[in-house]
Design a protein around this ligand. Structure first.
Ligand code: SAH
Ligand code: SF4
Length: 347
C-alpha cells in the first residue's frame, strides 16, 4: 500500500487539525506526481511531517529505465514494496503519449505465447500501484514536452481478474488525473463475468478482447481460459457490452506463423468481427523465451489484413514498439522472470 491507495478521507485523517483545504492541496500535488515534500502550497513544517509519514510513501521504486525507438518508447521496471517487480511502458507519439500499465505481478491465465503467462501468477496489484504507474508516466511525458493522453491496461496481468482494484484505478485516472474515459482501454483475455460487469459501468472505457483464434479448437490451445469461457459465450458478452453504450470494441490478434494467419482464419475472424462492428488489431507475435513459434512474416500480415478488409472488417497492424528492450506486447517480464518460465508448446 502506498500514497495512491489513500482516499481523500484518509488524507483528511493524516491532516487532522489542519485547515480543510490542505486535503485538496495535497491531493492535487500527489495527482501531479509530487511527493509531499514537493507540494509547495503546503507550509514547510507540514511538508516535512508528511514526507516522513510511511502512509504517504510511494508504492513503486524505479529499478531500471530502458529506452528504445529513439527514446520514444521507455520501459520501467518497478520494484513493489514486497520486492516483486512489474513493468510499465510509455510510448510517445507526435503530440500525445500512451502508457501501458500492469495490473498484476505475473498472470494466472497461462497463455503460452506470452512472457507474463509463462512466468505464472504472483499477486494482484493494488489500486495505488496501478495509479502510480500512470502518475509517474504522466510526469515523464511532461518532462519530455508531451501530454499523457491514453492509458492501455495491456501490461503484465489480466485486468478483469483484478476487477475491483483496476476499476477503482480507472475512476481515479479519469477523475483525478483528468484523462478521458474514452482514452482508456482495458484489454482482456476474455473473462466473461468481468465483461458483463464492465457493461454496467458508467464510464465509457474501451474494451479490447484478445481473441487470437476464431474457433474453439484453436483457441483452446492458444488461450487456455477458452476452455472455461467458450467463444459463443464470450462473443455474446461482447455484444451485450457493445449494445449497453454503443462503445468501441476491438479484437487483438497476435499473428502466429502458420497457426492463425491462414486465409480460413481471416474468414472466420471476419465472420465474428463484422456483426459486432469490431476493429481488429493485428500484432505479429513477438518472440518470448518459452514459445517456439514465430510471428507471421510481413507478407502474411499484409495478406491477412487484406482479406479482412475484403470482408468489410477494419484492421490495423500494430507497429511493434520497444522490441529492443523487451517492452513489446507479451514480452514484459521476459528478462526478469525468465528463470520461472517453463517451456510450453502449442500442442
Ligand atoms: N491479459 C490481458 C492484457 C495483457 S496482454 C490480455 O491478454 O488481453 C496484452 C496483449 O498482448 C494481449 O492482446 C495479448 O494477447 C498480447 N500478447 C501476449 N503475448 C504476446 C506476444 N508474444 N506477441 C504479441 N502479442 C502478445
Ligand atoms: Fe495473461 Fe494476457 Fe499474457 Fe494471457 S496474454 S498470460 S491473459 S497477460
Amino acid at each position: 500500500m502506498g500514497r495512491y491507495d489513500l482516499t481523500r478521507a484518509d488524507l483528511a485523517g493524516l491532516l487532522a487539525g489542519e485547515p480543510a483545504y490542505r486535503v485538496e492541496q495535497l491531493w492535487a500535488g500527489l495527482a501531479r506526481g509530487d511527493g509531499p515534500a514537493a507540494v509547495s502550497s503546503l507550509p514547510r513544517p507540514l511538508r516535512d511531517r508528511l514526507a516522513a509519514d510511511p502512509a504517504l510513501a510511494p508504492s513503486l521504486a524505479p529499478e531500471a529505465e530502458m529506452a528504445a525507438d529513439g527514446g520514444t518508447t521507455v520501459k520501467w521496471r518497478h520494484a513493489l514494496g514486497d520486492g516483486r517487480r512489474i513493468e510499465t511502458v510509455l510510448m510517445a507519439y507526435p503530440g500525445r503519449a500512451t502508457v501501458c500499465v500492469s495490473t498484476q505481478a505475473g498472470c494466472a491465465m497461462g497463455c503460452g505465447f506470452c512472457a507474463t503467462g509463462q512466468a505464472g501468477f504472483e499477486r494482484n496489484l493494488t489500486t495505488g500501484e496501478v495509479v502510480e504507474q500512470v502518475v509517474r508516466a504522466a510526469a515523464a511525458a511532461r518532462a519530455g514536452g508531451r501530454r499523457l493522453s491514453h492509458v492501455v491496461f495491456m501490461g503484465m496481468g489480466e485486468p478483469l481478474a483484478n476487477y475491483d482494484r483496476v476499476w477503482a484505478a480507472v475512476e481515479r485516472i479519469h477523475g483525478d488525473l483528468g484523462l478521458s474515459a474514452r482514452h482508456l482501454t482495458i484489454s482482456t483475455v476474455g473473462l466473461v463475468p468481468g465483461i458483463r460487469r464492465l457493461a454496467g459501468e458508467a464510464l465509457p472505457v474501451n474494451l479490447a478482447v484478445s481473441l487470437h483464434a476464431a474457433d474453439d479448437e484453436l483457441r483452446d490451445r492458444l488461450v487456455p481460459v477458452n476452455r472455461r469461457y467458450r467463444l459463443a459465450e464470450l462473443l455474446a458478452a461482447c455484444e451485450r457490452w457493445r449494445q449497453s453504450r454503443n462503445r468501441r470494441l476491438s479484437f487483438e490478434w497476435a499473428l502466429i506463423d502458420g497457426v492463425n494467419d491462414r486465409a480460413a482464419d481471416a474468414d472466420r475472424l471476419a465472420a465474428l468481427a463484422r456483426p459486432l462492428g469490431a476493429h481488429v488489431n493485428l500484432i505479429p507475435l513477438n518472440p518470448t523465451p518459452g514459445w517456439p513459434t514465430r510471428g507471421s512474416p510481413p507478407a502474411a500480415v499484409a495478406a491477412f489484413r487484406g482479406r479482412l478488409a475484403g470482408a468489410g472488417v477494419n484492421a490495423t497492424v500494430r507497429r511493434t514498439r520497444g522490441g529492443a528492450v523487451d517492452a513489446a506486447c507479451g514480452q514484459l517480464a521476459a528478462p526478469t522472470m525468465l528463470a520461472a518460465a517453463t517451456r510450453r508448446r502449442p500442442d
